[in-house]
Design a binder for this molecule. Structure first.
Ligand code: SAH
Ligand code: SF4
Ligand code: F3S
Length: 420
């Protein structure tokens, strides 16, 4: 029996999909890369924006056509959209066999058991797929920040820090399996707290483990990122030089309406402090365009913030109304035409900035960790400590190795060069 999982949304979902796959493989199923070959297909959904939900429904539509000719196909829907829209999914897509929300993720094994072939333990397959280079490890579930536009606290539940002993065991297992980079995940890792251990304490515990060489984490919240953490990153060379620090807007009126709990000025002070203490850091950010009530002046403040702060990379999202969030009930919605215009203006400008920042790497030889190799085109995909993608030609598969590359060309979100 073969299974296929389509993962939408953030790294939390990637992590959950990995766990589902691990369980299915342990129960004798094999993973396949094409859903047309599969006997069980699962879409792990996201509901952060309307577009993500739309993607899930169109995929389910395609799967229905397959099921019409292959009635035994098991179709499952998991994740964030399955959490709050289970009813709608079941009525719109009657052919779906199971729907399991993100909060009930622990019940996955129980839910799918009835669709699995009866096996005894002797027929269990070992986890066969080759070890990856990096591994996501969830250190917190849920979110309690309730930014007024965001659905995550409703679909993932309240913020919960995971016992650091469990995290440390997972890290140990990962490095034993040959994982080179650990990526810690939480909607706001800066507020991690378990039995008196905060996020800085957790980073110290993880870096003290044998064979841990590279640690990343995301996401940070400007209201909670502490001086202690900045200090730790500055002195701890195992921590990668990248901080994703979402600004969301450069206007104080909008930040207030978003319930972000900081002002632009506070953000700028924090940003400059990080840059001064960790000179080789790359700071990236998220922006939402067209939050209800965003005026030309508010947008100008965001545009100017982007110019002034010079982010290494900017993810710009068009505001999407999410059911039952406070922002959904706010008046003064911004017309889509204006959102599109502002989005293009900021995107074009921020791409020029990111490219200019990357240009400082031209002719420099930098260290990168190789993540993937394409044997057909003989190209490798790697990443530097600053989280910038680096492509280079290679005759050999160097996946998992740290190598030196001399940068010859840069784009806004990636670079390429020659293996040294
Ligand atoms: N917890 C993280 C990331 C949450 S989702 C954080 O707070 O930074 C990732 C990004 O999606 C957010 O940073 C935000 O920019 C964007 N986002 C969330 N809800 C959105 C909405 N309703 N419309 C448009 N973008 C949204
Ligand atoms: Fe959403 Fe805000 Fe929580 Fe991030 S911090 S997940 S934007 S509520
Ligand atoms: Fe992630 Fe989307 Fe859920 S961003 S937490 S998968 S709503």
């Amino acid at each position: 029996m073969k299974f296929y999982i389509e993962t939408l949304g953030c790294q939390m979902n990637v992590n959950d999909s990995d766990k589902m796959a691990e369980f299915l493989v342990a129960n004798g199923l094999t993973r396949c890369d094409d859903y047309a070959d599969a006997d069980m297909v699962i879409v792990n959904t996201c509901s952060v924006r309307f577009s993500a939900e739309h993607k899930a429904y169109s995929l389910l539509g395609r799967w229905k056509e397959i099921k019409d000719n292959k009635p035994n196909l098991v179709i499952g829907v998991t994740g964030c959209m399955a959490q709050y829209a289970a009813k709608e999914i079941k009525t719109r897509c009657k052919y779906v066999d199971f729907v399991l929300g993100a909060k009930d993720f622990e019940k996955f094994s129980k839910t799918v058991k009835r669709f699995l072939p009866k096996t005894n333990s002797s027929s269990l397959h070992p986890f066969t797929h080759s070890p990856d280079v990096f591994k996501y490890i969830t250190i917190m579930r849920g979110c309690s920040n309730f930014c007024s536009y965001c659905i995550v606290p409703y679909v993932r539940g309240p913020e919960q820090s995971i016992d650091y002993n469990i995290i440390l065991d997972e890290v140990k297992k990962a490095v034993n399996d040959g994982i080179k980079e650990i990526i810690l995940l939480g909607q706001n890792v800066n507020s991690y707290s378990y039995n008196g251990v905060n996020f800085t304490g957790l980073l110290q515990k993880i870096s003290a483990l044998d064979n841990v060489t590279r640690i990343r984490f995301m996401t940070n919240h400007p209201k909670d990122l502490s001086d202690e953490l900045i200090e730790e990153i500055a002195v701890n060379k195992k921590i990668c030089r990248h901080i994703h620090l979402p600004l969301q807007s450069g206007s104080n009126d909008i930040l207030k309406a978003m319930n972000r709990k900081y002002t632009y000025e506070q953000y700028e002070t924090l940003y400059n402090k990080i840059k001064n203490k960790i000179p080789d850091i790359n700071i990236t950010s998220d922006i939402i365009i067209g939050f209800p009530g965003e005026t030309d002046k508010d947008f100008e403040a965001t545009f100017n913030a982007s110019r002034k702060l010079q982010f290494g990379g900017l993810f710009i999202f068009k505001y999407s109304v999410r059911p039952n969030t406070p922002a959904a009930k706010m008046g003064n919605k911004v017309p889509l035409e204006i959102i599109k215009k502002r989005h293009t203006l900021l995107l074009e400008d921020s791409n020029i900035i990111s490219k200019k920042i990357n240009e400082k790497y031209i002719d420099n030889t930098i260290e990168v960790l190789v993540e993937r190799y394409n044997a057909e085109t003989k190209t490798a995909e790697a990443r530097n400590s600053q989280n910038i993608k680096v492509f280079f030609d290679s005759d050999k598969d160097l996946t998992g190795q740290v190598v030196n590359v001399k940068i010859t060309k840069v784009l806004p979100n990636s670079m390429s060069g020659k293996l040294q």
